[in-house]
Design a protein around this ligand. Structure first.
Ligand code: PEP
Ligand code: MN
Length: 275
């Protein structure tokens, strides 16, 4: 047992007050509020580039977009793969925003790293140990989502796999857990954010999009996440949510995202003054 009372949490444990800052391009995740925004899936050049330009104009720090989609049904849109990665590269070149994309398969880590600035491990792969081990061998920043059935201890053990492999660049992402509640898609566990702040030095971000599954709830849960001490947010934004090929119910329009950003920056400043 470590000082935290959690089993085998060694490298992820908060020892003293030194917090990890994960550098992504010229951004520093863990310092101030990092906002990651973009579509759930990369769908086409026009869709991605328009969304990327708009989230950049609204003040996003990083662009998200999935090209390998872990869908519940094999008949649902599975993502554009390599073609999507090339589009992400183009969007990064045009906007200067570093890109975050999910990797599903350990065999893809090497070549996907050539296109992505941050590799995302999705909730469904949070305990895919071969994938975590492979990510431990790189120095790419990893955005590690919480598994939908993972305890905080299990989640930190997943981070420990990456850290103990030699990669110190891990960002934790609370994305909601399965509970008996069905009105929301998941239950965003806000208490995980301050809990992690007392357990680990790793940056912690929040994903209210998957955490609620409802566009109308993104703004209050984003503000609440920031108030709870989140180092960042990852938000799904689509130029036309009703046409999104995945997660349309939870996508913000670029205008809604822009409006939210106008509220988040003063909130960040206000909270900074209290801490
Ligand atoms: C996503 O970010 O689009 C995604 C699939 O998230 P999660 O793994 O949290 O469900
Ligand atoms: Mn999604």
């Amino acid at each position: 047992m470590s000082a935290s009372g959690l089993k085998n949490i060694k490298l992820a444990a908060l020892n003293g007050s030194e917090r990890t800052i994960v550098k992504v391009g010229d951004r520093r995740v863990g310092e101030g509020l990092t906002v990651i925004a973009g579509p759930c899936s990369v769908e086409s050049e026009e869709q991605l580039l328009e969304t990327a330009q708009k989230v950049k104009a609204a003040g996003a720090d990083l662009l998200r977009g999935g090209v390998f989609k872990p869908r519940t049904s094999p008949y649902s849109f599975q993502g554009l793969g390599l073609k999507g990665l090339k589009l992400l590269r183009k969007a990064r070149d045009e906007t200067g925003l570093p890109v975050v994309t999910e990797v599903l398969d350990p065999r893809d880590v090497g070549w996907v790293s050539e296109y992505a600035d941050v590799l995302q491990v999705g909730a469904r792969n949070s305990q895919n140990f071969p994938l975590l081990k492979e990510l431990g061998k790189t120095d790419k920043p990893v955005l590690l989502k919480r598994g939908m059935y993972s305890t905080i201890e299990e989640w930190l053990n997943s981070a420990e796999y990456i850290l103990s492999g030699g990669n110190p660049n891990v960002i934790l992402c609370e994305r909601g857990i399965r509970t008996f509640e069905t009105y929301t898609r998941n239950t965003l566990d806000l208490s995980a954010i301050p809990s992690l702040k007392e357990l680990t030095h790793l940056p912690v971000i929040s994903d209210p999009s998957h955490g609620t599954g409802k566009a109308s709830l993104i703004e209050p849960m984003s503000m609440a996440s920031v108030a709870c001490g989140a180092d960042g947010l990852i938000l799904e934004v689509h130029r036309n949510p009703s046409e999104a090929l995945s997660d349309k119910e939870q996508a913000l329009t670029p205008e809604q995202f822009s409006e939210l950003m106008r509220k988040l920056r003063p909130l960040e400043k206000f909270l900074g003054g209290l801490r």
